[in-house]
Design a protein around this ligand. Structure first.
Ligand code: 3SL
Length: 234
């Protein structure tokens, strides 16, 4: 039987062997949710960068530049990290370069995996179907916050483990922890996260609508995948 495992923070990823595995990157609030929304709404592909200058340089190659630090838009960038901005038709057909605190870093740290895909609550069922159909073990990689564990990515990991549990053996206790947290939270995910650190951080910036959007499951039936340097939908 295939195995599924959860890496709860980027600080732990060095303990995981990514070779020949499918890695699901999750940063529910908000990088992975923004990527899914952008690609579902006409952005052709996304180049992820962990470094601000490298990202900004892509403007010279005709890319829209998006990114945040501490949740705020980076000075001089076209866009921050709000998924809601990509619901506008005006970005249809554009290519996007993006840098965020944790999400784009997790993508960089996953190089070496067989496949790297992007997940969030908003495409949960699509990701579940995708990994069910792959003949490979899976690691759900939670981007967390600056190396620490966070609740919303752990919840996503638990929700995904729960949806695919018939087809996968749980590899270590992190999958069980994530599933237990999800089972406690599933009837009121927004309420459960009310006191979590990143929800509070974003709430202080007045980004409540983003939080609600990112936590609403199954809005998009797409699975973005890293292909060379680009994240795209095949
Ligand atoms: O860290 C990240 O990748 C971001 O998603 C953080 S924020 O939600 O934009 O603050």
């Amino acid at each position: 039987m295939k195995k599924i495992d959860v890496c709860l923070s980027p600080e732990l990823i060095k303990l995981y062997d990514l070779k020949n595995k499918v890695v699901v990157i999750v940063d529910v609030l908000r990088a992975s949710s923004t990527m899914v929304t952008a690609l579902a709404n006409g952005i052709t592909h996304i180049r992820p960068y962990s470094n601000i200058d490298a990202c900004e340089e892509m403007r010279n190659s005709g890319y829209l530049i998006a990114g945040e630090r501490g949740g705020d838009i980076i000075k001089g960038f076209d866009l921050g990290n709000s998924p809601l901005k990509f619901l506008q038709e005006k970005y249809f057909g554009e290519k996007l370069a993006m840098t965020t605190t944790n999400g784009t870093l997790a993508i960089k740290l996953s190089k070496g995996a067989s496949k790297i895909i992007i997940g969030g609550m908003i495409n949960l069922e699509a990701v579940a179907n995708f990994i069910n159909n792959q003949n490979k073990d899976v690691i759900i990689f939670c981007a967390g916050w600056k190396g620490k564990v966070n609740l919303e990515d752990t919840l996503f990991a638990g929700a995904l483990v729960d949806r695919v549990s018939e087809n996968f053996e749980l590899e270590c206790d992190a999958s069980m922890v994530a599933r237990a947290v999800y089972s406690e939270a599933k009837n009121d995910i927004i309420g459960y996260l009310k006191n979590s650190s990143h929800v509070n951080r974003l709430a202080k910036l007045g980004i409540i609508k983003d939080i609600e959007f990112c936590l609403t499951p199954d809005q998009f039936d797409i699975v973005p995948e890293l292909d060379g340097d680009n994240i795209m939908v095949r």
